[in-house]
Design a binder for this molecule. Sequence first.
Ligand code: P5A
Length: 435
Amino acid sequence: MRLSHSLLPTLKETPAEAQIASHRLMLRAGLVRQTAAGIYAWLPAGLRVLRRIEAIVREEQDAAGAQEVLMPTIQSADLWRQSGRYDAYGPEMLRLKDRHERDLLYGPTNEEMITDLMRQSVKSYRELPQILYHIQWKFRDEVRPRFGVMRGREFLMKDAYSFDLDRAGAVVSYRKMMLAYMRTFQRLGVQAIPMVADTGPIGGDLSHEFIILAPTGESQVYYDAAFETIDYSSDNFSIMSEPDLERFWTQMTTHYAATDDKHDAEAWQHVAEKREGRGIEVGHIFYFGTKYSKAMGLAVAGRDGVSVAPEMGSYGVGVSRLVGALIEAHHDEAGIIWPDSVAPFPAVILNLKVGDAACDAMCEDLYARFNGDALYDDRGERAGAKFADADLMGHPWQIVVGPRGAAAGKVELKRRATGEKVECSVDDAMAKVRG
Ligand code: P5A
């Protein structure tokens, strides 16, 4: 993207409405703009980050054997009357009427709809187990939307739903999703801690929250340092192997981890290597048995011909919240420091003297080599402003082209995370950025 002709409106001043670093930086770096309370438009750079997070989430769901679907945002109230949640959900649910005065709602979650889809088609135990997921916008009319995309009213969620014949099967699905989540967060470049949680309006008797560590997070967390060294990749655990899932589960559940409200001072004393920090909830998973299948009449013919209500779970990742949470975990005074795995662009090319033939030629050559997958700062701004914006936007690499270097066939390559700078040829810079 050429910055001179992009909707990438960076701000020098700190917006007054933003209380936390990620919200300030998302506005200042031109990633999003608020269009109504708790509702945001994603501008080109912000959307690129959102899409990259989505892609990693999707790959890990697919690897766990989950099938992608896309359910609508608008749902019929009748479905929710069948589960009993239409009245129970309260003012957080955005309710609408169509021209025929039929009650509709903007989905805050999709347990009812997926149960309905399954009951229309799945008839036999032979068709189970199945896990389905989608990545779709949700609406919750939060009392206090705040912190930008971290607590929005409209937000993007990955929600998955598992269907098993019995509790033992449901437990396997639950562990698979938990491993898929730990892997997803590891690839996103953040430390996640799974914690036993309350089930709230989703229901059920088993639930974990996934908290990622960030110094400015909302809740205080206490955990065993053992979590920091576990490798969740497929080299260590195969997601399709039950013994591996068992070994993974044992590791997750034998270490201490709790948020403030559940912290147990007595148990804490026995933790060998104590760690404390601030955390943000980026995922939440639930096992709720037959709560929805029974209420909505989802049943399959069992092995012996007797009909069984499938055991279900649901599994959520806050995809849009993750954009803010990643910034909370990775920033400094000057701006965002994107992990390579989610950066909107791997590099920004800074032309320090637009109009200088050698600088322009070198920058065009570099930009062409990236095939459009780099940001080219071709604005007629001063060098200082370009440096400041590059640090603010947080691309992992900055390739600086000035008249002296260009004449000698050299660029300056800066790594945003460390501030380290080297002078090198265009070829060497490309090789470093490509890793
Ligand atoms: C699980 C999937 C559920 O809704 N039903 C389907 C279950 N869980 S949850 O905990 O309520 O939400 C899952 C994740 O969504 C994110 N989230 C939000 N993100 C931004 N703004 C909000 N207002 C918001 N509410 C929930 C969180 O990351 C949460 O863990």
